[in-house]
Design a protein around this ligand. Sequence first.
Ligand code: URA
Length: 433
Amino acid sequence: MRMYDVIVKKRDGGELTKEEIQFFVEGYTKGDIPDYQASALTMAIYFQGMTQEETATLTKAMVDSGETIDLSEIDGKKVDKHSTGGVGDKVTFIVGPLVASIGIPVAKMSGRGLGHTGGTLDKLESVKGLEIEMSKEKFIENVNKFKLAVAGQTGNLAPADKKLYALRDVTGTVNSLPLIAGSIMSKKIASGADSIVLDVKTGTGAFMKTLEDSEALAREMVNIGNNLGRKTVAVISDMNQPLGYEVGNANEIKEAAEILQGSPVEDLRTLSLEIASHMAVLAEKFPSYEDAYEALEANIENGKAFQSLRNLIEAQGGDVSMIDDLSKLPQAKYQVEVKADKDGFVSAIDAESIGVAAMYLGAGRATKDDEINHGVGITMKKKIGDSVKGGEPLVVLLSDDEQPEDSIQKVQQAYTISNEKVEKPTLIHNIIK
Ligand code: URA
């Protein structure tokens, strides 16, 4: 087989066979196929698309390019959760303990963040002593014992995706639905769970800005999951403003811990319960979504969900007293208010700009080697639909700098205040099964 023929076939709108896709993925991973031919093919895919079958085959080939995690030593059905990424997204810290508290094993492999705020692991490391690197044996032991472990990715999962994603990043071919869907799902499938709940974000702070694109991506990913024997459900959730009120690291852990103790922050609590309920149904723990929702809510009220977060922290060597007394979490030196310059209603918040403002404070990484400052971040005081008076704070910057000018400016640009009252955005746009 010649790579040239594979490229030309796709360029002209043909459907690639399983053998052709495997030939490409294997050859590219090994280095037999050069970058220029791989980029020609990804560009052809960008314009011509892929059928569901081609996308599933591509994903499977990327899974097979490296190691896969065998979770068979963990009792029960394993459910994973993945978010396409948003500002203030601390749902994992709520959903993990919640789902574990009803006896479903959650074996979560996570990453670090590049961009707005830290990733899941960075945020967790706000808790002193918490260890996210652990042996596979310890990871499995913790999940069997406490139903929950969160660890850095071990092993060489989907190396074909790693190489291809880096190539797409510099050749203008990231934004192709089958390639994005295959990329995300290859890593999820290699991580070993039996079923997957996807939180596909839509809006200004999301990878996909329109509902139509978000739904199309969700459909692609659900199809891949189901095609490869993993039951998959996607929740399309709003990211036109940060989720909850906290954006950063330690302050996000604090907000998550408060939700597990019954705090009523509406969007964050509702979305967490929604995702956790789908996970519970996929794990076959409850016959219906409604039964699952009720049981999960009960575990917030009776303290079991919060206890499950404590177990996670303790099992991974973290200082639990920081969770029992949230004021012990890292704190920034200053609280700087950014105020509204007129009366009105918050009609829009550019979530991405809020994320960037948090990054300027030190909550995220601009480059791979930057250190995260766990104590800094942003507390939102006004969200879409809220009324505001001139001079009232829109946000509080948690900053180690007394006058963080760049962040102040970024937040001011992020808010739109209008004269007319605006409805709160819909939180959950669609569920795709
Ligand atoms: N995230 C991924 O992991 N892959 C993509 O292609 C896009 C976003």
